[in-house]
Ligand binder design. Structure first.
Ligand SMILES: CC(C)(COP(=O)(O)OP(=O)(O)OC[C@H]1O[C@@H](n2cnc3c(N)ncnc32)[C@H](O)[C@@H]1OP(=O)(O)O)[C@@H](O)C(=O)NCCC(=O)NCCS
Length: 255
């Protein structure tokens, strides 16, 4: 299953100051925060942890009936930067144990956006981007030919949404593949269904990747969803083998 959560710095006054709310962080995370010096980076990193831990608490409670406190749910990073969730025992030891779920984090402006996918063998990518005008040169540099064609065919009033949501989808794909922007973004082609859809409604997203992005014989077609909320584009992508062509829709935005 695919789960997501959107939270903002307005949730807790400490987040906007780049300070950890009491009881949020595990000691390994406190050490990581202490190494982050740039205020905006501290704020983003904390907001990602805040959002991810709330998502993980809800997921664990639904699965096990237990809701561990946030400081027992460290959100750590692998050497490539990709986040993972762990569960720590009570007391100083033992080492936190990695949880069997894929996790993805994004932050933009005041928003933290996280997703998790607990299907074995599948990985999730989440991204959020502010919708704003972007030069055509941006798309020419980073977009695949089919994405440029979709942009050229779009009406002028849909252009800013389409270019931002397409970029957002591409970043979500590259997170699901754990590549980030080390990869050539033109090897990922995202097609958005319903570029004129109203805000706070998930629409389908279709993804094709070039074979060079994946190990030989690996899957190249993925599924996802995208939406707009308060002037931001959001994208969720699931990658993996034997992917259902009909990826079930994510939970709706609250009414
Ligand atoms: C991953 C990347 C595409 C995110 O770009 P962005 O739009 O600027 O930032 P977002 O807020 O959407 O996402 C940032 C989150 O992506 C996640 N991330 C970083 N590297 C990732 C990877 N290889 N795969 C999946 N997710 C990754 C992290 O959780 C990060 O947030 P956090 O560090 O606060 O936990 C971009 O940072 C990138 O490509 N980096 C290159 C890889 C890199 O330098 N990694 C760091 C090595 S330590």
């Amino acid at each position: 299953m695919l789960y997501w959560l959107l939270r903002s710095t307005a949730d807790h006054p400490a987040l906007g100051r780049g300070e950890a709310p009491p009881g949020l962080l595990h000691p390994q995370e406190e050490a990581r925060l202490a190494a982050l010096r740039v205020p905006k980076r501290r704020q983003d990193w904390l907001l990602g942890r805040w959002t991810a831990k709330h998502l993980l608490q809800g997921w664990l409670e639904a699965a096990t009936g237990e809701r561990p406190p946030p400081d027992r749910l460290p959100v750590l990073a692998d050497p490539d930067g990709a986040p993972y969730a762990a569960l720590a025992g009570r007391g100083p030891e033992p080492q936190p144990q990695r949880l069997a779920t894929s996790l993805s984090i994004s932050h933009s402006g005041q928003w933290g956006f996280c997703a998790l996918c607990d299907d074995a063998g599948r990985t999730v990518g989440a991204d959020i981007e502010r919708i704003e005008p972007r030069a055509h040169g941006f798309a020419e540099t980073f977009f695949a030919p089919a994405e440029l064609a979709a942009l050229d065919a779009a009406s002028p009033d849909q252009r800013d949404v389409l270019i931002t949501a397409t970029w957002c989808a591409k970043e979500a794909v590259l997170k699901a593949l754990r590549l980030g922007l080390r990869a050539d973004t033109r090897r990922v082609t995202c097609r958005l269904a319903e570029p004129g859809a109203p805000p706070r409604q998930w629409s389908r997203l279709f993804v094709k990747t070039g074979p060079v992005l994946q190990p030989a014989g690996g899957p190249t077609d993925f599924a996802g969803w995208w939406a707009i909320n308060e002037g931001y584009a959001l994208a969720l992508v699931v990658a993996g083998r034997d992917l259902l062509t009909d990826l079930p829709p994510p939970a709706p935005f609250e009414m």
